[in-house]
Design a protein around this ligand. Sequence first.
Ligand SMILES: [Zn+2]
Length: 364
Amino acid sequence: MIRGLKYPLSRYTVHRPGTEPIEAVNQQSSTEQQTRNRLIDQDLARAGWSASRRTLIEEFVLSAQPDSPTLGNTPEFADYALLGADGNPIAIVEAKRSSRDELAGKRQASDYADRAAWHAFKELMEAFYEKGLHAGLPFTAAGTPVTQGGITYADFVQAFRDAHRLNPDPNAREVCVLCGGPLGAAPEVDHWIAKHAFPLLSMCADNLLPTCGDCNATSNKGRMPVHDHGSFQDWFHPYFRPGVGAIRLNYQLPGFAVTCAALTPADDVRVQRLDALLNLSQRWTRELKAEYANQQGKLKRYEAQRLSRGQARHTQAEVEAFATSFRDGLLESEPNHEVHRLLGNALLEQARLAAWQTELGLVT
Ligand SMILES: [Zn+2]
């Protein structure tokens, strides 16, 4: 217990994580280093805290946490960290010149202690997720304690996949709940609210969702925040405020650009946020163009086959029948269903049908 230490020449603050800072004030001015050497080190040693006994660390590094909402980018140092019996920091000591504002010193020590506690807590929760879940937790999915056979990362992913299988056939393609694209053979478990900023949610089932690799890529969602400085009002949430049925896809000819819009004005900002988070417009535009090229290639091949057999070229009615067949044959359970349906509608526009037939006329 270090509460009550007094220094005649310096102002310093002491703060144990979870308690209010305490401080001692002296009257004379001195540099931090001089004060420390002459007085603080000696007093701390008399109280049982010293580097030689390995109960104290000088210039204690407060790890930089570049993505944390509360921490800065530059590594910072606290003057001292006092260590408990287990070797972990239990208190932070900051030396301050007596000419400096007392409250500022208190705030700084308090802030440093919060950062040290935060860092230790974050490491604990991430270990629970990174190591515990992958190796198997000592609990069933229902929360019952077990000594072996607890839930694992693989169990979680499998349960999620089973629950979201649009086509019950185990061989059917699965769909990513975020982008509607293919889930892929090895979906990634994404923390909707990033675990580095909210470590307590790293093991919360409502914060976990397997997504496709593209959605989880750093160029898309990655570790991006899904809130505005802690406010979730303008954001969809996969479980609590899903965007299903709230988004309308539009397309623009002739470029086949896809844009997202909200069905109701109340969701305008949420749709914009989601679009920006996952780059949906951009990715869906790419998919629309890719599928168009795919269908275009098929029709050109049919045209070439006809010509090679001495048959007549496709009429516009036949091109329309091809596009109608494409649109009507789409399965809702297939990846990119919404984007392909959009393409089906675009292909059946009269101007697009005419342009398509003109393209076919160039096939030899
Ligand atoms: Zn996805």
